[in-house]
Ligand binder design. Sequence first.
Ligand code: PD2
Ligand code: ZN
Length: 290
Amino acid sequence: MSSSQHLTTELRQWITAQLRNGVTREALYQAMLSSGWQPELARQALEEQGEDMPPASVALPALQEPPAVIAEGTLPEPDLGDGRSVLLPDGHRVQVVTTLQRPRVVVFANLLTDEECDAVVAAARVRLARSETVAAQKEGSEVNAARTSEGMFFERGENEVVKRIEARIAALLRWPLRHGEGLQVLRYRVGAEYQPHYDYFDPRHASSKAILERGGQRVATLVMYLNTPTRGGATVFPDVKLDVMAQKGNAVFFSYDRPEPGTLTLHGGAPVLEGEKWVATKWMREGEFI
Ligand code: PD2
Ligand code: ZN
């Protein structure tokens, strides 16, 4: 569990080396958070290092990557703060609405501001194409009748709002930013749906091999609602009969420790009955996604 993080000699040595190189404490703090270090530990590690900064160098110091923080077999697990809300390092407060242990599901309110939702929709709208899913029998992807939405992917860190959202997610889920895929945005019009499926890659499918080489299995999903459909469009978990209503700014997180139905993470997007539905999905990989 990432909640049992502790300061390692490797991390201390990394901090010392970076400070000697003239990297600022703020830059180190942000780099640690993006790599999944808990804010408290990151602060504590920096406070331990009391020495004065060397004079600012003329050249911009090169920031090296912090040591990995996640131990084998751990999963993304949200920071639930005091159980009602969590204050993230960027000053944004997120409410915890519902939690479920099995499958692990957490619903958040106000993960994104209205402005952030609108900015993502505006940037995505012009790049939408009919959604494809991974092909079962061949390499690549194909249009799938079970998925009648339109979608697009942002590159990781593609623009300022995407960067801000990704840093927030990394801190909330305590999972390195670089283990996340680029944000996917989907638009569903009336009648569009995403029939129940699993987000992990089926290791038996021919197409999975190449996908798994780019960061291993998916281990968690965060679906963020970018608008509020007038009617319909819930995210549904049929195994446990849970429906999460799409509400602008809110999000549903779930994790899966193995690529098997026994994780109870079957989920779908119910048909939109009135209005449109926009979501952004962030998938987390066990390794660094490249
Ligand atoms: O839009 C949804 O509610 C939804 C449902 C199931 C999104 C995804 N899966 C996904 O992006 O994987
Ligand atoms: Zn899904």
